[in-house]
Design a protein around this ligand. Structure first.
Ligand code: CA
Ligand code: CA
Length: 496
């Protein structure tokens, strides 16, 4: 514990003691703590009464409704003398706190200004004056969004229509998520106006997705569909708009993601709403592989504006209106251990473009030293900034579905500061637990300090693996940067 003089009044701190402005005093014999340790060897008193000792506490709280929080790490019974503010109460009501609110109210008499509390290990409690119990507030999960209960934090499927075998589980990270069990199963709901939950999703163009994981090592078709009288494809046709996966093989390598090191990835549909009812459905076909679903989102969306459409184009991304993440890419497995240095880069001339100040190989910032543009066309591009070595980006079977036996052409514009630093990778995954990721081809990007177009054709093998494209970093150095834009994948048809 560090004694801080900034928090104290004219009462002088003594060694191992800190006095706060309101007279609260903390004492401890501990002289230092690590960044990951919760130090409990301390005693805190307020109004002369102990409110914390050895990790057990009954803390008065004055921010909002007056209340006390109780925690007893080992569980059991403890007696507390109340502070002046609380000692005149005749009784308090203690609730056990859970992920879904206060439960199990118990009336606790105040005897001679003290209460005796009994706690379960691992449970926190809140106490209110029995005369002033607050009314429970409906959390309105998904409030001001198009989806009711989008992250299943109600811990049930309220807000959703269910078919077959659907339930909610709590993960060991404390997250609630939906599970589609054995046999044809689905969850669906009618989307709503974020500003008026009683109204339909307003007319407009939207991106809708769920994070989905098919049990690793198993296959089962999972489909996200926007349907109903108000759902149209971007081309204006009235057929339901859907996207499917059969397995989950791409590691979630985003260190800041709650789903880090799972195989959850986004499955997305884009559609136009006419303003009539639109239903969003996440459905698992027949099968026994557990399918997990979480974090359903619907956001207004502007599709990429393709300046040179071709008949075979199955993906075009200009990075101008990415809904979330890196467009068709997700963080590659090479970045699973730390923070990525890839970003959607926004134009901000002259600072974002080549010729501005840049860092040289000696680490000095020099005028005119910036080697490449952060943005190639429009206002946004995808830029890898001195990335980690290894697979930094890859597509998934949801973001770029590729058919076995077909030939594809990948084109993209790029600027690459140095040769032998980044390569395009054509790869595939084997469905296994854990999934096995293989490179099939690695095509190095040349040095390109002006925008160049990269083109590569490849054939997807019909061997049951899950194909993908990606970017691997293979060399280092200051300003070892790559920017890409106008990524296009064309299906050239079945190979004979
Ligand atoms: Ca959740
Ligand atoms: Ca762009």
């Amino acid at each position: 514990m560090v004694a801080s003089s900034t928090a104290c009044t004219d009462t002088a701190d003594r060694e191992g003691q800190v006095v706060l402005a309101d007279g609260t005093t903390a004492t401890s014999r501990v002289t230092s703590v690590s960044g990951t340790q919760i130090p409990t060897d301390r005693t805190i008193t307020t109004d002369g009464q102990v409110v914390y000792t050895g990790g057990t506490y009954l803390l008065p709280w004055t921010d909002g409704e007056p209340r006390l929080y109780h925690w007893n790490p080992d569980g059991g019974t403890s007696t507390w003398h109340l502070t002046d503010q609380w000692a005149s109460q005749t009784s308090l009501t203690a609730y056990r706190l859970t992920d879904t609110g206060r439960v199990d109210p118990v009336t606790v008499p105040v005897v001679d200004g003290a209460v005796t509390l009994t706690a379960e290990a691992g449970s926190a409690y809140v106490l209110y004056p029995t005369s002033e119990l607050p009314t429970p507030v409906d959390p309105e999960w998904g409030q001001e969004t198009a989806v009711n209960n989008p992250g299943f934090f109600s811990t049930d499927l309220s807000g959703w229509n269910t078919h077959g075998n659907a339930s909610v589980e709590i993960t060991d990270r404390g997250n609630a998520q939906a599970v589609l069990g054995e046999g044809k199963s689905s969850i669906s709901q009618q989307l709503r106006d974020p500003e008026n939950p009683a109204a339909n999703l307003p007319a407009g163009t939207y991106s809708a997705w769920a994070w989905v994981e098919v049990e690793p090592g198993q296959t089962r078709r999972v489909t996200v569909t926007a349907s109903g009288p108000g759902a149209r494809g971007l081309d204006g046709t009235g057929k339901p708009v859907s996207a499917s996966i059969d397995s989950s093989t791409a590691l979630n390598a985003t260190a800041s993601d709650e789903k880090h090191r799972t195989y959850f990835q986004r499955v997305r549909v884009v559609f136009r709403s006419t303003g009539k009812p639109v239903h969003l459905t996440i459905a698992a076909d027949k099968g026994s592989a557990p399918v997990r679903v979480d974090d359903v989102r619907v956001v207004p969306f502007t599709p990429a504006d393709d300046p040179a459409p071709t008949a075979g184009t199955i993906l075009f991304e200009d990075f101008e209106h990415v809904d979330t993440g890196y467009g068709p890419f997700v963080t590659g497995s090479g970045n699973a251990g730390g923070d990525a240095r890839t970003q959607l880069a926004e134009r901000h001339e002259p600072y974002s473009q080549s010729g501005w100040y840049g860092i040289n190989q000696s680490g000095a910032v020099v005028p005119g030293g910036k080697l490449t543009d952060n943005v190639l066309r429009g206002d946004w591009s995808l830029m890898a900034n001195e990335e980690n070595n290894g697979l930094i980006l890859r597509a998934t079977s949801a973001t770029l579905p590729l058919q076995p036996g077909h030939r594809y052409r990948l084109t993209m514009d790029h600027q690459t500061a140095f040769a032998d630093t980044y390569s395009v990778v054509i790869g595939s995954d084997t469905v296994a637990a854990p999934p096995q990721e293989q490179e099939r081809e690695r095509i190095p990007l040349p040095q390109a300090r002006e925008t160049e177009r990269f083109t590569h054709e490849f054939v997807v093998p019909a061997d049951g693996t899950v194909p993908w494209i990606g970017i691997v970093k293979t060399g280092g150095g200051r300003q070892a940067n790559l920017t890409i834009d106008d990524l296009r994948v064309e299906d050239l048809g079945r190979v004979r």
